[in-house]
Design a protein. Structure first.
Lengths: 113, 116
């Protein structure tokens, strides 16, 4: 079955630490890839997306992600996190034959000031 | 202006009751969705409508019935509520079908349903 998995369920970092959240999907065809963020009590917002072209995409708030097709991965990175980055992070994938956005389980990021 | 708006934001009700959640988008999108977020924050698609037509209907109890009076609205009606229905329900919309070139989803703020 097509699925999306995020390796880290709960990450705790200190401010200024570097962040990398893993995301893998299982589907051999064309995909569109997304990272969404959900701040406490708020709705999901798009951080960044990849449809085609340069596999290294930059998003809002200093986030970036790299699509590695051979590894079926789309990991999220930020060189230096801030306390305000505390949130839930969701990787999501649309697979060309389904017409639906499938989410990973989410990663809770807690940044300590 | 809120792009995707849902009402109510909070809903507390007894088991066995029937309730509805409404969703409206002012983005001019053709496709709308309902997602359920459980207590572990996992998001699962329930339904998708494109131009008022049901295109995705996941394995959801038939107590859940979506209705799309026009392409800007997608309501969710739930009959005979059960404890396990407690969750946050998110409405979303996209210009194109998810998977298309403009398949980015825009989400509402969620409706937290608590069944007692």
């Amino acid at each position: 079955a097509q699925s999306v998995s995020q390796h880290n369920h709960h990450v705790i970092l200190s401010e200024a630490a570097s962040l990398e959240l893993g995301c893998n999907y299982s589907y051999g065809g064309t995909v569109n890839l997304f990272w969404y963020v959900q701040y406490p009590g708020q709705h999901l917002q798009l951080l960044l997306k990849y449809f085609s072209g340069d596999p290294l995409v930059k998003g809002i708030k200093g986030f970036e992600a790299e699509f590695i097709k051979s590894k079926f991965s789309f990991n999220l990175r930020k060189p230096s996190v801030q306390w305000s980055d505390t949130a839930e992070y969701f990787c999501a994938v649309t697979m060309s034959n389904t017409g639906k956005l499938i989410f990973g389980q989410g990663t809770t990021l807690q940044v300590k000031p | 202006d809120t792009a995707v708006s849902q009402t109510p934001k909070y809903l507390v009700t007894q088991m066995g009751n029937d309730k509805s959640i409404k969703c409206e988008q002012n983005l001019g999108h053709d496709t709308m969705y309902w997602y359920k977020q459980d207590s572990k924050k996992f998001l699962k698609i329930m339904f998708s409508y494109n131009n008022k037509e049901l295109i995705i209907n996941e394995t959801v109890p038939n107590r859940f019935s979506p209705k799309s009076p026009d392409k800007a609205h997608l309501n969710l009606h739930i009959n005979s509520l059960e404890l396990g229905d407690s969750a946050v329900y998110f409405c979303a919309s996209s210009q194109d079908l998810a998977g298309g070139s403009t398949g980015e989803l825009f989400f509402g703020e969620g409706s937290r349903l608590t069944v007692l």
